[in-house]
Design a protein around this ligand. Structure first.
Ligand SMILES: Cc1cc2nc3c(=O)[nH]c(=O)nc-3n(C[C@H](O)[C@H](O)[C@H](O)COP(=O)(O)O)c2cc1C
Length: 188
């Protein structure tokens, strides 16, 4: 099972970095931990190697996912007591992930983590199809360089149905930010 989150990390001198990442469940039972698998090269990967700690921020605000993929990474952060890595102020909940073991790999190293601490901050208010569609578009945008144009067009045509029917203003803005990136890619 993969949980899509916004991962916060810090570099050796403490500067924070945020990026959307899917964390992979290490086992079926609760508390078995999570594996973080960043592709090489990335800031998240460098930070994890240097510090061995991350915060997984759980949020249903797809504007943050879309923002991170479109150069808008300046989302408010808050300190997490007892740990050097901040959390997203807008997170509904978070887990502090501490690296127990590194499975090194030239393409995609795997950091196996335990949950060292957790926090709950706001209620989850239910599922929304447009949010799910924006999340899918975010993943598509992060892979534009690997996908053929007809596949991109077909996926967008399908995902746009849910956005047209069920989006609020935040989901529409997130969709527009990502679609601008798709247009740039097609134009370039
Ligand atoms: C929902 C979602 C899940 C993602 N999961 C991963 C992942 O597991 N590994 C990865 O390397 N990139 C993943 N990405 C792409 C990263 O967010 C993107 O490459 C990011 O810029 C990481 O690089 P950075 O640490 O240098 O910012 C994902 C993107 C999205 C939208």
């Amino acid at each position: 099972m993969i949980r899509e989150c916004i991962l916060t990390t810090v570099c050796a001198t403490g500067d924070p970095h945020i990026a959307p990442l899917g964390i992979i469940a290490r086992g079926e039972e609760a508390g078995a931990g999570w594996t973080i698998a960043p592709f090489h090269p990335s800031t998240t990967l460098t930070n994890l190697r240097q510090t061995g700690i991350a915060v997984a921020n759980y949020t249903d605000d797809v504007l943050i996912f879309a923002g991170c993929l479109t150069g808008r990474r300046d989302w408010p952060l808050l300190p997490v007591g007892g740990y050097p890595v901040p959390r997203l102020a807008g997170a509904l909940a978070h887990d502090v992930l501490v690296v127990d073991a590194l499975e090194d790999d030239e393409i995609r190293p795997r950091f196996h983590c335990r949950v060292a601490a957790s926090g709950q901050h706001a209620p989850f208010e239910g599922m929304n199809r447009a949010r799910a569609a924006v999340l899918e578009l975010a993943i598509l945008v992060s892979r534009l360089h690997m996908l053929p144009p007809d596949k991109i067009a077909a996926e967008i045509a399908y995902l746009s149905i849910a956005v047209d029917k069920t989006a609020g203003p935040r989901e529409r803005l997130a969709w527009d930010w990502l679609m601008a990136r798709v247009a740039d890619h097609a134009g370039g």
